[in-house]
Design a protein around this ligand. Structure first.
Ligand SMILES: [Zn+2]
Length: 361
């Protein structure tokens, strides 16, 4: 029996497959702080599974060796900047850490048919891991998602449902389908997804030999952002680091509910209209974990900013000139580092989250 806690009202309860969120509407999260003890690390285990002894499910994990991605200096000119190559994953995006732990937990609890709504990368990841786990998968994806990501879902044998209209419509359509059965294996609501994502923080800490001063991530649903916070918080609670790194999230001006809320001091996402952007992965108008994301940005002394389409293009090209080919969403961290460098004069890690092969145009 695995206990979870509502991020909104604080209620704790044993997790059950038929209650994917708290009756109050809040998302579940693992009890915090997460346990961490360096003696539990098993360096011979592949990827994130070096940390498996810290997690409840380890008997028969669904894995393709995800995690332990390279952390490299961005260039010899600026030694304070590090790039975490999180697009080097089994399905080409950072989602795989969370999918591996999230789906391992759901399968252990008895899930057979899993469903998710996604702008592409989470869907591609869940489809692949479900195929590997021998589970049936149905993915609801906006019709505007990148063709490569849709093809990546289809070829696994998963059922792909293309939903016209804004991203939010994919969620609405899934909710209707759920009434006919299936498990909502949401990469946003599944609390066990966050355990895998927290491992990104532990990897960075091990690879650098210390915590960085700041980490910059793209920000849509904010799962990587929150996962990094959980991971660093666990290290701090266990006495391995003194201070939490500042966490910076990057949104796009076409859809910036969290950047607007951060700038105006709101505690919940600002109401925005979802507009088109080349960074489709962060086109999320109403992030369910918005209040927690805003809290984390403020607690750590970071910020949430929004950038323009041309800034994204320039960042993507600039990364490619360093040899790093990422999709537009994956280049978001690259857009604001000069500003972050003015605020913290030390080590900054850029999370590069999705492969350029996903949207080669
Ligand atoms: Zn609640």
């Amino acid at each position: 029996m695995w206990t979870v806690r509502c991020a909104r009202c604080g209620q704790t309860t044993p997790y059950s497959l038929d209650q994917w969120r708290c009756p109050c509407g809040g998302p579940w999260e693992p009890p915090r702080p997460l346990p961490f003890d360096h003696r539990a690390i098993r360096p011979r285990q592949p990827g994130i599974w070096r940390y498996a002894e810290l997690w409840p499910f380890q008997r028969d994990p669904v894995t393709m060796g995800e995690g332990w991605t390279p952390l490299i200096p961005l260039s010899s000119i600026e030694p304070r900047l590090w790039a975490k190559l999180d697009y080097i994953m089994p399905t080409g995006s950072y989602k795989d850490r969370g999918t591996a732990t999230g789906l391992s937990a759901l399968r252990e609890l008895g899930a057979r048919h899993v469903m998710d709504d996604s702008s592409g990368n989470a869907g591609a990841s869940l489809a692949a891991y479900a195929a590997r786990a021998g589970l049936q998968a149905t993915l609801f994806v906006p019709a505007h998602a990148a063709p490569v990501k849709k093809a990546q879902i289809r070829i696994t044998g998963a059922h792909l449902v293309e939903v016209p209209g804004p991203r939010a419509q994919a969620t609405t359509t899934l909710m209707q389908a759920l009434e006919q059965g299936g498990i909502y294996a949401s990469h946003v609501y599944n609390p066990f997804t966050m355990l895998g994502l927290a491992a990104a923080a532990w990897e960075i800490w091990e690879q650098l030999g210390r915590a960085p001063d700041a980490v910059i991530t793209p920000l849509g649903h904010g799962m990587l952002f929150l996962g990094l916070f959980l991971g660093f918080e666990a290290l701090q609670a266990a006495g391995y680091i003194d201070q939490l790194p500042r966490l910076y999230g990057v949104q796009v001006t076409a859809c910036a509910p969290l950047a607007q809320a951060f700038a105006t001091g709101l505690e919940t996402p600002a109401p925005v209209e979802e507009r088109e952007t080349i960074a489709e992965g962060v086109r999320i108008a109403t992030p369910p974990r918005g209040p927690e994301i805003l809290q984390v940005a403020r607690i750590t002394g970071g910020a949430i900013l929004a950038v323009s389409e041309s800034e994204i293009r320039i960042a993507q090209e600039s990364l490619a000139r360093h040899g790093l080919f990422v999709e537009p969403t994956g280049a978001l961290a690259m857009t604001i580092w000069p500003q972050v460098l003015r605020e913290t004069d030390h080590t900054i890690v850029l999370m590069l989250t999705g492969s350029g092969l996903k949207s080669p145009s």
